[in-house]
Design a protein around this ligand. Structure first.
Ligand SMILES: Nc1ncnc2c1ncn2[C@@H]1O[C@H](COP(=O)(O)OP(=O)(O)OP(=O)(O)O)[C@@H](O)[C@H]1O
Length: 392
């Protein structure tokens, strides 16, 4: 295998970029819409832009249906995009199958949520890994080369001794071990990018940290760019360098993970953090005041709300939010931290008047950071994920 080659690339080099990535899924019209000329579509992803860099983890966080998996599938070239671009090393890339697709997936590998479904139960681990090595031209020339490459792959994901696992069937392994095999299979391509779509959410809480630690170790050793898709914003803080928050198909906040999780700017990110399970809040989503901070439903993506898509749920909603799509606004004192929220546009806030800006504000959620006057709390806003030993 030639893993050293990929590892030689400079850290932070941009490998894969989403530029204004948009995906609308056409849906069949209902009877009463049959004569309407407006095309009906699910606006799953709109105008998503970010860059994946060597040696870095970027987390894409949001609730179910926010478009995270669609972004991963677009970047894996499994969906055709409606608009926007995907750039691999700066070159616009669209592949539809055949040799071009094979060459693309050699560099960009997708790891799915469900290790039970992603491995074929009738084949051994040896079969899965050999296939990956052969397809991507990393099996070497001789049987010894192949055996060595198989051993290296399993060692890389800490399944040792390799002989114990090679001839096992997927059902003979635990969930964590199966996900490690799925990761080893992805590494068989010697990729530059891993798109990890909820890689630990199907695993027992006790083994999640071990798999995340493995991914982090691989990122460092192989200088991989990793997209980490998750519902769990607390794990993003632990695992990712950069965090991007999505709501209803749009990016609403981004920045380094520590800042986004500890000093969230967008009211949606704040809600997401407030709704995360916290052992100190015995009542879960409903806090001590009895108020449910997670109330409200995500909007229809067939007819998404005008302006900011979060405005129907936002405790700080201003008239402008219902009309104008918010721009990405930099948060003044935090380089690289931005929120797509009119609260960070001083002109808008001044024009609308801060008192009238939040007529139905939820007092339990508190003011956004722009309006804070006191020193920022250093206490973590979110608990770290369960720290248990990896039982594999
Ligand atoms: N093939 C499809 N056809 C029509 N709509 C789709 C299709 N795939 C996804 N969607 C819709 O696009 C929206 C975004 O879905 P997506 O799976 O990307 O969200 P997600 O944030 O990954 O959610 P989850 O965490 O539950 O997987 C949802 O409304 C979903 O129903």
């Amino acid at each position: 295998m030639t893993l050293s080659e990929s590892a030689a690339a400079p850290v932070n080099e941009v490998v894969l970029e989403a530029v204004g990535l948009t995906k609308h899924f056409p849906v069949r019209k209902r009877l009463r819409d049959l004569f309407s000329r407006t095309p009906t579509a699910v606006h799953a992803v709109d105008d998503v832009s970010f860059a994946l860099r060597r040696g870095q983890v970027t987390a894409l966080v949001g609730e179910s249906g926010s478009g995270k998996s669609t972004v991963a599938r677009l970047l894996a070239q499994l969906h055709r995009r409606t608009a926007g671009d995907i750039r691999l090393h700066g070159v616009s890339t669209t592949v539809r199958g055949g040799r071009a697709f094979r060459s693309y997936v050699r560099r960009v590998q997708l790891i799915l949520q469900d290790p039970f479904a992603s491995l074929n139960p009738v084949h051994t681990i040896r079969y899965h890994l050999t296939r990956s090595l052969r397809i991507h031209g990393n099996a070497g020339r001789t049987a010894e080369d192949l055996e060595k490459a198989l051993g290296e792959l399993l060692t890389r994901v800490s399944l040792t001794p390799a002989e114990r696992y090679l001839d096992a069937f997927p059902h003979e392994l635990s969930g964590g071990q199966r996900q490690r095999v799925a990761i080893a299979r992805a590494l068989g391509a010697d990729p530059e990018v891993l798109l990890a779509d909820e890689p630990v959410s199907m695993l027992d809480v006790s083994i999640r940290l071990g798999v995340l630690n493995l991914l982090r170790d691989l990122k460092d050793r192989l200088n991989l760019a990793i997209l980490y898709i998750t519902h769990d914003i607390a794990s993003a803080r632990y695992f990712a360098d950069e965090t991007i928050v999505m709501y209803a198909g749009r990016m609403v906040e981004g920045g380094d993970s520590e800042t986004v999780t500890q000093n969230p700017a967008h009211p949606y990110t704040r809600l997401l953090i407030e709704s995360a399970p916290d052992p100190d809040r015995i009542t879960g989503a409903a806090d001590a005041t009895g108020q449910d901070r997670g109330n409200g439903e995500p909007p229809s993506l067939i007819r998404p709300p005008a302006g900011c898509r979060f405005h129907p749920r936002c405790p700080h909603v201003m008239p402008r939010c219902k009309v104008d799509l918010p721009l990405r606004l930099e948060i003044a004192d935090r380089p690289g931290h931005w929120a797509a929220c009119w609260l960070y546009d001083p002109a808008t806030v001044a024009a609308e008047g801060s008192a009238s800006a939040a007529p139905d504000a939820d007092p339990t959620i508190g003011p956004p950071p722009a309006a804070r006057t006191g020193p920022r709390s250093s206490a973590p806003a979110v608990p770290l994920i369960h720290r248990a030993e990896d039982a594999r």
